[in-house]
Design a protein around this ligand. Structure first.
Ligand code: 1DF
Ligand code: MN
Length: 358
């Protein structure tokens, strides 16, 4: 019988020197001021967003060792974070404002805070330009302002892409009103990372009922669906150079691309949905030409190799998901993956250098 690849990582294993740089691409930070805004939103109790209220109601107040550690790590983009990176062999972190970022705020607060957060992180990057890079936050609540802020952050602050923490007050980027964001990213030739937050109000109820709304599963439902909405909307026919990055081994989508292609073609042909226009290509083609996938949160060789096989090794990137999944053993496990030296270097280093222009 074939030996099964173990699920999980060996305790105590430490990463050693490697013939590649390790560049982690979905690494979270939070200026302390954003915790204050979240506390105010929760305190006022007026935000009708069960995902945010549940997730941040917990993360902001829980005294558990894990959440205390996460809160504390999140605001440090300096010595402590660098020490954690050194301990786990991470050479570079590509940083993004933790979910849901500004996207739960009212429009004016969101526009103001995205600028603040971009200036805040640009300063931290400037202090350690060989260890940190960062993505730009923006406020989809005001798409024109978001496009302007993306341009400012990329051209003046040197940020390397855009972070969108999935839905904005229950709305998704396939809505054409948000397309100034796609237009700006495509014109500047920078990727958009779609990161999870709690599923939107319309999606979350049965997940909440069994504690599945968070990173265990609900996050992937939210971002997997968001990504498919964008693909089937025809956005990539309109913006053929646009590049989107998703984490958590492509939110499981690569595994069923065959069925997505088959059922998409059948659905379009049947005329069942007025909301499903014909596309120039198959859904899987957009996956291979417009989507990058990271392994964030999944330090496990089989799905990583599977993505390399079906999407191409140049489409698969490394991420640690610090501080939510900070475990030095995970890096050691990935160093040990059975994979060609060439593919492993693309995974850990050169794909990130190319996609984020590091
Ligand atoms: C968790 C993970 C929570 C991630 C997050 O936001 C988050 C978690 C509060 O483990 O509950 O962004 N994550 O990025 O994986
Ligand atoms: Mn994450």
């Amino acid at each position: 019988m074939a030996t099964l690849e173990p699920i999980g990582v060996a305790a105590g294993a430490k990463p050693g020197k490697a013939p590649y740089k390790r560049i982690a691409t979905e690494e979270a930070f939070c200026p302390p001021e954003m915790f204050d805004i979240y506390a105010r939103i929760l305190d006022e109790g007026r935000l009708d967003d069960p995902g945010f209220n549940s997730l941040w109601g917990f993360y902001l107040t829980s005294p558990s060792p894990r959440t205390t550690f996460i809160r504390q790590c999140m605001t440090d983009v300096g010595d402590q974070r660098l020490a954690h990176m050194d301990a786990s062999g991470i050479d570079v972190q590509v940083l993004s404002l933790t979910g849901p970022g500004v996207q739960v705020m009212d429009r004016d607060t969101a526009v103001g805070f995205s600028t603040f957060a971009n200036d805040w992180i640009a300063e931290k990057v400037k202090a350690h330009p060989d260890r940190f890079a960062a993505l730009a936050a923006c406020a989809p609540q005001d798409p024109a302002a978001a496009a302007k802020e993306i341009e400012r952050a990329v051209t003046r602050l040197g940020l390397k892409g855009v972070i969108i923490n999935s839905h904005t007050h229950g709305e998704y980027l396939d809505d054409e009103k948000f397309w100034p964001i796609f237009e700006a990213a495509e014109a500047l030739d920078v990727p958009i990372y779609i990161h999870p937050q709690g599923p939107s109000k319309g999606l979350i109820q049965p997940l909440l009922e069994r504690g599945l709304d968070g990173a265990i599963y609900g996050f992937s439902v939210e971002v997997g669906m968001h990504t498919l909405r964008i693909i089937v909307s025809g956005a990539f026919d309109r913006f053929p150079k646009l590049q989107i990055v998703i984490g958590h081994v492509g939110e499981s989508l690569p595994f069923t691309l065959y069925r997505i292609d088959y059922m998409h073609a059948a659905s379009v042909k049947s005329g069942r949905y007025s909301v499903m226009p014909p596309l120039r290509k198959k859904p899987s083609d957009y996956f291979r030409e417009n989507i990058y996938c990271t392994n964030s949160g999944v330090a496990w060789a089989p799905p990583i190799r599977f993505m390399q096989e079906v999407l191409g090794p140049e489409r698969v990137l490394y991420a640690q998901d610090y501080p939510y999944q900070y475990l030095v053993e995970e890096v050691a496990a990935l160093d040990e993956m059975q994979m060609s030296a060439e593919n492993k270097k693309m995974f850990f280093q050169t794909n990130a250098e190319r996609v984020f222009k590091l």
